[in-house]
Design a protein around this ligand. Structure first.
Ligand SMILES: *Cc1c(COP(=O)(O)O)cnc(C)c1O
Length: 376
């Protein structure tokens, strides 16, 4: 069976697939569904350590990012776009699409954003309605200190929009303590449900800013205000995707019941990095490694598409290349969520080693054996 060892979508467990096959009700009319949806949001809130408004939007993760920007931005608003990667930079398009003026705070793409540098920048210029940042910028795997950055933004009175789509459930998030105002997640990364849902936690500070807009939000489906009062209104603005939410509920319980989840990601993430480096491969980053994805440079003379095709054909394992400025330059192993288990990672490293050898690059060691040694 095909093993999807990519940094999202990840492998979906049987109990999530089974939950998605359950009989469904009319989600608009059945108050039992409303209770089920609310309970699902409560489990999410519990995992994220937040009392903020949590909601599930029916649309792939990008919808959360767009909803945050659509709901906050008014014509002429200055927005700080903190970026050191593809997703970080991408926020500028959402900001300008809704009439805002993005101001880029760009830093070294091989390292995490430095909180001290952000503070120094804000001391000179703090006139921003909100700021955007990314927890793990998945194409490079760089992991930013999102909590620290949000706390600094709050000190300067700036609302934060945080894309933690590929960081949520990989490392523990403390949304309230870290002052994260609008948190964006998705179903298909470390949560290991299929793609299709966005997860959001929205603070009262953020809701106040949205409610105090001078002009109405220029979106229907991407308007946070249409989602956030479902408990009070006892209804949804749109028909919810019942099967997707059935699956999500189960996937969230899987995370909640997994007492070892964050430690396991750290252990396996660290061991994968050690194994591929020992094999003579070069990591893309200098610092700030995500524990959900490992990104290494293609060795001289090895073609990206050929390597991916060989691993797929000979071993039935799917790895990922990347995109944006890293297109065809790196390979990504996704060891987040369900993928984060020793057996699958061992098989992946074995397949990677043999495929590299077939294409002319002989690793300096048996990366699978090295991985096992490090884990012991
Ligand atoms: C996956 C991901 C998203 C959602 O976008 P996709 O269309 O699934 O790629 C948003 N932000 C980050 C950082 C992601 O990794």
């Amino acid at each position: 069976m095909l093993k999807i060892m990519t940094p999202g979508p990840t492998q979906v467990t049987k109990n999530v697939r089974d939950a998605r096959a359950l009989e469904t009700t009319n989600p608009d009319l059945d108050l039992d569904f409303l209770d089920f949806y609310s309970e699902t949001c409560d489990i999410l809130a519990d995992i994220l350590h937040t009392k903020h408004n949590t909601m599930i939007l029916c649309g792939e993760g990008i919808l959360a990012l767009e909803a945050a920007c659509a709901s906050l931005t008014e014509k002429g608003d200055r927005v700080l776009v903190i970026e050191n990667g593809v997703y970080g930079e991408g926020f500028k398009d959402f900001v300008s699409m809704y009439g805002g003026e993005p101001v880029l705070f760009s830093t070294d793409r091989e390292r995490p954003v430095d909180p001290k540098e952000l503070r120094a920048f804000l001391e000179k210029d703090r006139a921003f309605k909100y700021a955007t940042l990314v927890g793990c910028d998945t194409p490079s795997g760089v992991r930013n200190p999102a909590g620290e950055l949000c706390k600094i933004l709050k000190e300067f009175g700036i609302i934060s929009v945080v894309d933690v789509v590929s960081e949520m459930f990989v490392s523990e998030l403390f949304v309230d303590k870290d002052n994260m105002d609008i948190v964006c997640g998705a179903s298909q990364k470390a949560l290991s449900a299929p793609s299709g849902l966005s997860l959001m936690a929205v603070s009262d500070d953020a809701l106040k800013v949205i409610r105090n807009r001078k002009t109405p939000v220029a979106a229907f489906y991407a308007n946070i205000l249409t989602y956030c009062d479902y408990r009070k209104n006892k209804s949804f603005a749109y028909t919810m995707s019942a099967s997707c939410i059935n699956g999500l509920h189960r996937a969230l319980l899987n995370v909640k019941e997994d007492k070892d989840i964050y430690k396991r990601h750290e252990r396996i993430g660290t061991a994968v990095r050690k194994a591929v480096t020992a094999g003579g491969l070069k990591l893309f980053l200098k610092d700030g490694f995500s524990n959900g994805v490992t990104v290494f440079k293609l060795p001289q003379g090895v073609d990206c598409d050929q390597l991916l095709a060989t691993i797929r054909k000979d071993f039935d394992i799917m790895l990922a290349g990347s995109f944006g400025f890293l297109d065809k330059k790196v390979i990504r192993i996704g060891h987040m969520g369900t993928n984060c288990n020793e057996k699958d990672v061992e098989d992946t490293l074995q397949a990677l080693g043999e495929s590299l050898k077939k294409l002319g690059f002989t690793p300096k060691c048996d990366m699978r054996a090295e991985f096992k040694k490090v884990l012991k």
